[in-house]
Design a protein around this ligand. Structure first.
Ligand code: APR
Ligand code: PHB
Length: 389
Protein backbone atom coordinates (compact mmCIF):
# COMPACT_ATOMS: atom_id res chain seq x y z
CA UNK A 1 0.00 0.00 0.00
CA UNK A 2 1.09 3.59 -0.48
CA UNK A 3 -0.14 6.90 0.84
CA UNK A 4 1.26 10.40 1.32
CA UNK A 5 0.92 10.64 5.13
CA UNK A 6 0.51 7.56 7.37
CA UNK A 7 -1.11 8.62 10.65
CA UNK A 8 -0.77 6.38 13.70
CA UNK A 9 -3.69 6.86 16.12
CA UNK A 10 -7.35 7.76 15.63
CA UNK A 11 -7.66 10.06 18.64
CA UNK A 12 -8.47 13.77 18.19
CA UNK A 13 -4.95 14.56 16.87
CA UNK A 14 -4.86 11.87 14.19
CA UNK A 15 -8.46 12.38 13.07
CA UNK A 16 -8.19 16.19 12.94
CA UNK A 17 -4.92 15.99 10.99
CA UNK A 18 -6.50 13.49 8.59
CA UNK A 19 -9.47 15.80 7.97
CA UNK A 20 -7.45 18.97 7.46
CA UNK A 21 -5.08 17.21 5.01
CA UNK A 22 -7.97 15.53 3.17
CA UNK A 23 -9.54 18.95 2.58
CA UNK A 24 -6.27 20.06 1.01
CA UNK A 25 -6.21 17.03 -1.30
CA UNK A 26 -3.48 15.24 0.65
CA UNK A 27 -4.04 11.51 1.07
CA UNK A 28 -3.75 9.85 4.47
CA UNK A 29 -4.27 6.43 6.00
CA UNK A 30 -4.99 6.23 9.75
CA UNK A 31 -3.90 3.14 11.72
CA UNK A 32 -5.60 2.62 15.10
CA UNK A 33 -4.96 -0.42 17.28
CA UNK A 34 -8.34 -0.25 19.01
CA UNK A 35 -11.91 -0.44 17.68
CA UNK A 36 -13.83 2.73 16.87
CA UNK A 37 -16.25 2.00 19.73
CA UNK A 38 -13.37 1.69 22.18
CA UNK A 39 -11.93 5.03 21.07
CA UNK A 40 -15.36 6.66 21.42
CA UNK A 41 -15.84 5.09 24.86
CA UNK A 42 -13.06 7.11 26.46
CA UNK A 43 -14.31 9.89 28.74
CA UNK A 44 -11.93 12.86 28.48
CA UNK A 45 -12.16 16.63 28.95
CA UNK A 46 -14.15 19.16 27.05
CA UNK A 47 -13.12 22.86 27.18
CA UNK A 48 -12.27 24.12 23.69
CA UNK A 49 -10.25 27.23 22.86
CA UNK A 50 -11.50 29.55 20.10
CA UNK A 51 -8.42 28.60 18.05
CA UNK A 52 -9.47 24.95 18.11
CA UNK A 53 -13.07 25.84 17.23
CA UNK A 54 -11.62 27.60 14.17
CA UNK A 55 -9.64 24.47 13.22
CA UNK A 56 -12.74 22.27 13.59
CA UNK A 57 -14.60 24.71 11.29
CA UNK A 58 -11.69 24.47 8.80
CA UNK A 59 -12.04 20.67 8.98
CA UNK A 60 -15.78 20.98 8.35
CA UNK A 61 -16.81 19.33 11.63
CA UNK A 62 -18.05 22.24 13.79
CA UNK A 63 -21.78 22.15 13.00
CA UNK A 64 -22.84 20.07 16.03
CA UNK A 65 -20.34 21.88 18.27
CA UNK A 66 -22.02 25.20 17.41
CA UNK A 67 -25.46 23.66 17.98
CA UNK A 68 -24.77 21.78 21.24
CA UNK A 69 -21.60 23.37 22.65
CA UNK A 70 -21.89 25.74 25.63
CA UNK A 71 -20.06 29.04 25.09
CA UNK A 72 -18.57 30.35 28.33
CA UNK A 73 -17.50 34.00 28.72
CA UNK A 74 -15.75 33.29 32.00
CA UNK A 75 -15.00 30.91 34.85
CA UNK A 76 -15.13 31.02 38.64
CA UNK A 77 -12.42 30.56 41.24
CA UNK A 78 -13.45 29.60 44.78
CA UNK A 79 -11.27 29.82 47.87
CA UNK A 80 -11.72 30.71 51.53
CA UNK A 81 -15.47 30.01 51.15
CA UNK A 82 -16.08 32.64 48.43
CA UNK A 83 -16.38 32.59 44.61
CA UNK A 84 -14.80 35.08 42.24
CA UNK A 85 -15.49 35.35 38.51
CA UNK A 86 -12.80 35.76 35.88
CA UNK A 87 -14.48 37.44 32.87
CA UNK A 88 -12.58 36.12 29.83
CA UNK A 89 -14.77 38.02 27.36
CA UNK A 90 -14.23 41.41 29.02
CA UNK A 91 -10.49 40.79 29.58
CA UNK A 92 -9.54 39.18 26.25
CA UNK A 93 -12.55 39.46 23.94
CA UNK A 94 -12.42 35.67 23.66
CA UNK A 95 -14.54 32.81 25.02
CA UNK A 96 -14.20 29.02 25.44
CA UNK A 97 -16.68 26.33 24.38
CA UNK A 98 -17.66 23.37 26.55
CA UNK A 99 -18.13 20.37 24.24
CA UNK A 100 -16.92 16.87 25.15
CA UNK A 101 -13.81 15.39 23.52
CA UNK A 102 -15.89 12.27 22.88
CA UNK A 103 -18.28 14.34 20.73
CA UNK A 104 -15.39 15.90 18.80
CA UNK A 105 -13.95 12.44 18.16
CA UNK A 106 -17.38 11.22 16.99
CA UNK A 107 -17.82 14.21 14.62
CA UNK A 108 -14.34 13.66 13.15
CA UNK A 109 -14.88 9.92 12.71
CA UNK A 110 -18.18 10.50 10.91
CA UNK A 111 -16.61 13.13 8.64
CA UNK A 112 -13.77 10.77 7.77
CA UNK A 113 -16.15 7.94 6.91
CA UNK A 114 -18.28 10.36 4.86
CA UNK A 115 -15.33 11.51 2.76
CA UNK A 116 -14.20 7.91 2.16
CA UNK A 117 -10.76 8.37 3.68
CA UNK A 118 -9.20 5.16 4.99
CA UNK A 119 -8.99 4.27 8.70
CA UNK A 120 -7.79 0.81 9.73
CA UNK A 121 -9.10 -0.02 13.21
CA UNK A 122 -7.80 -2.88 15.33
CA UNK A 123 -4.47 -2.78 13.49
CA UNK A 124 -2.03 -4.87 15.53
CA UNK A 125 1.68 -4.41 16.11
CA UNK A 126 1.80 -1.08 14.32
CA UNK A 127 5.42 -0.06 13.78
CA UNK A 128 6.81 3.08 12.13
CA UNK A 129 9.98 2.23 10.16
CA UNK A 130 12.85 3.98 8.32
CA UNK A 131 11.51 7.42 9.17
CA UNK A 132 15.07 8.67 9.45
CA UNK A 133 15.76 7.40 5.95
CA UNK A 134 14.35 8.09 2.50
CA UNK A 135 11.69 5.34 2.51
CA UNK A 136 9.50 5.71 5.56
CA UNK A 137 6.83 3.05 5.96
CA UNK A 138 4.53 1.63 8.60
CA UNK A 139 4.09 -2.08 9.19
CA UNK A 140 1.07 -3.59 10.93
CA UNK A 141 -0.85 -6.86 11.25
CA UNK A 142 -4.48 -7.26 10.30
CA UNK A 143 -6.44 -10.50 10.10
CA UNK A 144 -3.20 -12.45 10.61
CA UNK A 145 -1.42 -10.80 7.67
CA UNK A 146 1.58 -8.44 7.86
CA UNK A 147 0.99 -5.34 5.73
CA UNK A 148 3.26 -2.40 4.91
CA UNK A 149 2.23 1.13 3.95
CA UNK A 150 4.83 3.16 2.12
CA UNK A 151 4.50 6.89 2.67
CA UNK A 152 6.27 10.23 2.43
CA UNK A 153 5.68 11.07 6.09
CA UNK A 154 4.52 9.43 9.33
CA UNK A 155 2.46 11.34 11.92
CA UNK A 156 2.73 9.81 15.39
CA UNK A 157 -0.63 10.72 16.94
CA UNK A 158 -0.81 7.65 19.14
CA UNK A 159 -0.88 9.21 22.58
CA UNK A 160 1.43 8.93 25.58
CA UNK A 161 1.64 5.15 25.54
CA UNK A 162 1.85 4.88 21.74
CA UNK A 163 4.56 3.20 19.64
CA UNK A 164 5.75 6.29 17.73
CA UNK A 165 7.73 8.05 20.47
CA UNK A 166 8.91 4.68 21.78
CA UNK A 167 10.39 3.86 18.37
CA UNK A 168 12.71 6.87 18.51
CA UNK A 169 16.28 6.01 19.61
CA UNK A 170 16.90 7.19 23.19
CA UNK A 171 19.89 9.23 22.00
CA UNK A 172 17.66 11.28 19.68
CA UNK A 173 15.05 12.39 22.21
CA UNK A 174 15.02 14.25 25.52
CA UNK A 175 12.17 13.90 28.01
CA UNK A 176 11.12 16.47 30.61
CA UNK A 177 8.69 15.29 33.29
CA UNK A 178 7.01 16.21 36.54
CA UNK A 179 4.66 13.77 38.28
CA UNK A 180 2.28 15.27 40.88
CA UNK A 181 1.71 13.45 44.21
CA UNK A 182 -2.06 13.30 43.77
CA UNK A 183 -4.75 12.38 41.29
CA UNK A 184 -8.21 13.46 40.15
CA UNK A 185 -11.23 11.36 41.08
CA UNK A 186 -13.83 12.24 38.47
CA UNK A 187 -17.50 11.37 37.99
CA UNK A 188 -19.97 11.97 35.19
CA UNK A 189 -23.64 12.27 36.24
CA UNK A 190 -26.92 12.89 34.46
CA UNK A 191 -27.65 15.86 36.74
CA UNK A 192 -27.96 19.59 35.99
CA UNK A 193 -24.66 21.44 36.55
CA UNK A 194 -24.29 23.27 39.88
CA UNK A 195 -23.38 26.52 38.05
CA UNK A 196 -23.53 28.16 34.61
CA UNK A 197 -19.73 28.26 34.33
CA UNK A 198 -16.93 26.04 35.64
CA UNK A 199 -15.86 26.44 39.28
CA UNK A 200 -12.18 25.78 40.13
CA UNK A 201 -11.91 25.28 43.91
CA UNK A 202 -8.89 25.67 46.21
CA UNK A 203 -9.89 24.08 49.55
CA UNK A 204 -7.98 22.89 52.61
CA UNK A 205 -9.41 19.38 51.97
CA UNK A 206 -7.98 19.53 48.43
CA UNK A 207 -8.85 20.80 44.96
CA UNK A 208 -12.27 20.34 43.35
CA UNK A 209 -13.71 21.21 39.94
CA UNK A 210 -17.34 21.61 38.89
CA UNK A 211 -17.72 21.18 35.14
CA UNK A 212 -20.36 19.98 32.72
CA UNK A 213 -21.06 18.39 29.34
CA UNK A 214 -24.54 19.80 28.76
CA UNK A 215 -27.40 21.51 30.69
CA UNK A 216 -28.37 18.02 31.95
CA UNK A 217 -25.00 16.30 32.33
CA UNK A 218 -22.33 17.25 34.89
CA UNK A 219 -18.67 16.40 35.43
CA UNK A 220 -17.07 16.80 38.86
CA UNK A 221 -13.52 16.17 40.05
CA UNK A 222 -11.92 15.85 43.50
CA UNK A 223 -8.20 15.91 44.29
CA UNK A 224 -7.40 12.53 45.85
CA UNK A 225 -4.23 10.72 46.92
CA UNK A 226 -2.70 8.25 44.48
CA UNK A 227 -3.17 5.50 47.09
CA UNK A 228 -6.96 5.76 46.63
CA UNK A 229 -8.93 3.12 44.71
CA UNK A 230 -12.08 4.06 42.80
CA UNK A 231 -13.87 1.06 44.39
CA UNK A 232 -13.47 2.79 47.78
CA UNK A 233 -15.55 5.72 46.56
CA UNK A 234 -19.30 5.14 46.59
CA UNK A 235 -21.34 7.85 44.89
CA UNK A 236 -22.59 8.94 48.33
CA UNK A 237 -19.03 9.35 49.62
CA UNK A 238 -18.11 11.35 46.52
CA UNK A 239 -21.07 13.76 46.89
CA UNK A 240 -20.45 14.18 50.63
CA UNK A 241 -16.80 15.05 50.04
CA UNK A 242 -17.66 17.43 47.19
CA UNK A 243 -20.20 19.23 49.38
CA UNK A 244 -17.48 19.78 52.00
CA UNK A 245 -15.33 21.57 49.41
CA UNK A 246 -18.12 23.75 47.90
CA UNK A 247 -19.06 27.27 49.00
CA UNK A 248 -22.46 27.62 50.74
CA UNK A 249 -24.41 28.74 47.65
CA UNK A 250 -23.05 25.95 45.46
CA UNK A 251 -23.65 23.36 48.18
CA UNK A 252 -27.31 24.38 48.32
CA UNK A 253 -27.68 24.25 44.54
CA UNK A 254 -25.87 20.93 44.03
CA UNK A 255 -28.06 18.19 42.50
CA UNK A 256 -26.69 14.72 43.16
CA UNK A 257 -27.45 11.42 41.42
CA UNK A 258 -25.95 8.10 40.33
CA UNK A 259 -22.60 8.31 38.53
CA UNK A 260 -22.50 7.05 34.94
CA UNK A 261 -18.72 7.08 34.90
CA UNK A 262 -16.19 7.22 37.74
CA UNK A 263 -12.38 7.03 37.48
CA UNK A 264 -9.11 8.24 39.00
CA UNK A 265 -6.50 9.87 36.76
CA UNK A 266 -2.90 10.65 37.80
CA UNK A 267 -1.52 14.16 37.12
CA UNK A 268 1.63 14.55 35.08
CA UNK A 269 3.51 17.19 33.09
CA UNK A 270 5.59 15.69 30.28
CA UNK A 271 7.34 17.01 27.16
CA UNK A 272 9.48 15.12 24.64
CA UNK A 273 11.91 17.11 22.49
CA UNK A 274 12.16 17.39 19.54
CA UNK A 275 8.82 16.59 17.92
CA UNK A 276 10.31 15.64 14.53
CA UNK A 277 12.56 12.71 13.66
CA UNK A 278 13.42 12.76 9.97
CA UNK A 279 10.12 12.02 8.23
CA UNK A 280 8.16 11.28 11.39
CA UNK A 281 6.38 13.97 13.42
CA UNK A 282 4.86 13.59 16.88
CA UNK A 283 1.63 15.46 17.72
CA UNK A 284 -0.60 15.63 20.79
CA UNK A 285 -0.20 13.32 23.76
CA UNK A 286 2.47 11.36 21.87
CA UNK A 287 4.80 14.32 22.56
CA UNK A 288 3.42 16.04 25.64
CA UNK A 289 1.06 15.70 28.59
CA UNK A 290 -0.33 18.47 30.77
CA UNK A 291 -2.17 18.13 34.08
CA UNK A 292 -5.88 18.80 33.30
CA UNK A 293 -6.14 21.84 35.59
CA UNK A 294 -5.55 24.28 32.73
CA UNK A 295 -7.84 22.46 30.24
CA UNK A 296 -4.98 22.43 27.71
CA UNK A 297 -4.53 18.75 26.70
CA UNK A 298 -6.92 18.66 23.77
CA UNK A 299 -6.19 22.23 22.71
CA UNK A 300 -2.45 21.57 22.55
CA UNK A 301 -3.08 18.54 20.36
CA UNK A 302 -5.05 20.85 18.06
CA UNK A 303 -2.31 23.49 17.87
CA UNK A 304 0.27 20.81 17.01
CA UNK A 305 -2.05 19.69 14.20
CA UNK A 306 -2.45 23.30 13.08
CA UNK A 307 1.31 23.66 12.66
CA UNK A 308 1.81 20.16 11.17
CA UNK A 309 -1.02 20.32 8.63
CA UNK A 310 0.17 23.77 7.52
CA UNK A 311 3.72 22.48 7.12
CA UNK A 312 2.64 19.43 5.09
CA UNK A 313 0.37 21.48 2.84
CA UNK A 314 3.32 23.87 2.25
CA UNK A 315 5.53 20.87 1.41
CA UNK A 316 3.14 19.37 -1.14
CA UNK A 317 1.79 22.61 -2.54
CA UNK A 318 4.92 24.83 -2.63
CA UNK A 319 7.57 22.10 -2.53
CA UNK A 320 9.00 23.99 0.48
CA UNK A 321 10.28 22.22 3.60
CA UNK A 322 10.41 25.44 5.66
CA UNK A 323 7.27 24.48 7.57
CA UNK A 324 8.30 20.91 8.34
CA UNK A 325 11.78 22.16 9.34
CA UNK A 326 10.25 24.63 11.83
CA UNK A 327 7.40 22.39 13.02
CA UNK A 328 9.09 21.13 16.17
CA UNK A 329 10.30 24.55 17.35
CA UNK A 330 6.95 26.22 16.64
CA UNK A 331 4.90 23.53 18.34
CA UNK A 332 7.24 23.30 21.37
CA UNK A 333 7.17 27.04 21.91
CA UNK A 334 3.37 26.90 22.45
CA UNK A 335 3.61 23.57 24.29
CA UNK A 336 5.96 24.96 26.95
CA UNK A 337 3.75 28.01 27.56
CA UNK A 338 0.77 25.70 28.10
CA UNK A 339 2.92 23.46 30.33
CA UNK A 340 3.84 26.49 32.41
CA UNK A 341 0.17 27.62 32.70
CA UNK A 342 -1.06 24.10 33.57
CA UNK A 343 1.68 23.68 36.21
CA UNK A 344 0.84 27.12 37.63
CA UNK A 345 -2.90 26.36 37.83
CA UNK A 346 -2.10 22.99 39.43
CA UNK A 347 0.24 24.36 42.12
CA UNK A 348 -2.09 27.30 42.80
CA UNK A 349 -5.28 25.26 43.25
CA UNK A 350 -4.19 21.92 44.76
CA UNK A 351 -3.23 21.02 48.30
CA UNK A 352 0.40 19.93 48.07
CA UNK A 353 0.97 17.04 50.52
CA UNK A 354 4.13 18.63 51.93
CA UNK A 355 2.70 22.17 52.02
CA UNK A 356 3.21 24.19 55.21
CA UNK A 357 0.97 26.86 56.67
CA UNK A 358 3.24 29.37 54.97
CA UNK A 359 2.66 27.71 51.57
CA UNK A 360 -1.11 27.77 52.10
CA UNK A 361 -0.98 31.48 52.93
CA UNK A 362 1.04 32.09 49.75
CA UNK A 363 -1.55 30.23 47.68
CA UNK A 364 -4.32 32.37 49.15
CA UNK A 365 -2.31 35.56 48.65
CA UNK A 366 -1.78 34.64 44.99
CA UNK A 367 -5.49 33.83 44.55
CA UNK A 368 -6.39 37.09 46.29
CA UNK A 369 -4.05 38.98 43.95
CA UNK A 370 -5.51 37.14 40.94
CA UNK A 371 -9.10 38.13 41.72
CA UNK A 372 -8.27 41.72 42.70
CA UNK A 373 -5.72 42.72 40.03
CA UNK A 374 -7.01 43.18 36.42
CA UNK A 375 -3.45 42.60 35.17
CA UNK A 376 -3.18 39.24 36.95
CA UNK A 377 -6.68 38.22 35.86
CA UNK A 378 -5.81 39.20 32.29
CA UNK A 379 -2.72 36.95 32.32
CA UNK A 380 -4.77 34.02 33.57
CA UNK A 381 -7.60 34.68 31.11
CA UNK A 382 -5.24 35.07 28.15
CA UNK A 383 -3.70 31.67 28.83
CA UNK A 384 -7.00 29.96 29.60
CA UNK A 385 -8.74 31.06 26.39
CA UNK A 386 -5.61 30.07 24.45
CA UNK A 387 -2.55 31.95 23.27
CA UNK A 388 -2.48 32.76 19.53
CA UNK A 389 -1.07 30.04 17.20
N1 APR B 1 -0.90 1.69 17.29
C1 APR B 1 -2.03 2.31 16.80
N2 APR B 1 -2.78 3.18 17.54
C2 APR B 1 -2.37 3.42 18.80
C3 APR B 1 -1.22 2.81 19.37
C4 APR B 1 -0.47 1.92 18.53
N3 APR B 1 0.63 1.31 19.01
N4 APR B 1 -1.09 3.24 20.66
C5 APR B 1 -2.12 4.08 20.89
N5 APR B 1 -2.90 4.19 19.78
C6 APR B 1 -4.11 4.99 19.62
C7 APR B 1 -4.97 5.02 20.89
O1 APR B 1 -5.81 3.88 20.97
C8 APR B 1 -5.74 6.31 20.71
O2 APR B 1 -6.97 6.12 20.03
O3 APR B 1 -3.75 6.34 19.43
C9 APR B 1 -4.82 7.19 19.87
C10 APR B 1 -4.21 8.34 20.69
O4 APR B 1 -5.25 9.19 21.08
P1 APR B 1 -5.17 10.12 22.40
O5 APR B 1 -4.50 9.39 23.48
O6 APR B 1 -6.52 10.66 22.61
O7 APR B 1 -4.16 11.27 21.99
P2 APR B 1 -4.36 12.55 21.06
O8 APR B 1 -5.12 12.21 19.83
O9 APR B 1 -3.05 13.18 20.96
O10 APR B 1 -5.38 13.47 21.91
C11 APR B 1 -4.93 14.19 22.99
O11 APR B 1 -6.46 13.23 24.44
O12 APR B 1 -5.81 12.37 26.44
C12 APR B 1 -6.43 13.40 25.86
O13 APR B 1 -5.95 15.16 27.33
C13 APR B 1 -5.61 14.58 26.13
O14 APR B 1 -7.20 15.81 25.34
C14 APR B 1 -5.95 15.33 24.99
C15 APR B 1 -6.12 14.42 23.85
C1 PHB C 1 -13.84 18.64 32.11
O1 PHB C 1 -14.93 19.17 31.83
O2 PHB C 1 -13.68 17.41 32.08
C2 PHB C 1 -12.69 19.52 32.47
C3 PHB C 1 -12.84 20.89 32.40
C4 PHB C 1 -11.79 21.72 32.75
C5 PHB C 1 -10.60 21.19 33.17
C6 PHB C 1 -10.44 19.81 33.21
C7 PHB C 1 -11.49 18.97 32.86
O3 PHB C 1 -9.59 22.00 33.52
Amino acid sequence: MRTQVAIIGAGPSGLLLGQLLHRQGIETVILENRSADYVLGRIRAGVIEQGMVGLLEQAGVAERLHKEGLVHDGTELAFAGARHRIDFKKLTGKTVTVYGQTEITRDLMEARTACGAQTIYEAEDVMPLDFDGAKPHVRYRKDGKDIEIECDFIAGCDGFHGVSRQSVPATSIENFERVYPFGWLGILSETPPVSEELIYINHERGFALCSMRSPTRSRYYLQCSLAEHVEDWTDARFWDELKLRLDDQARERLVTGPSIEKSIAPLRSFVAEPMRFGRMFLAGDAAHIVPPTGAKGLNLAASDVHYLSGALVEFYREKSSAGIDHYSARALSRVWKAERFSWWMTTLLHRMPESSGFDRRLQHAELDYLVSSPAAAMAMAENYVGLPY
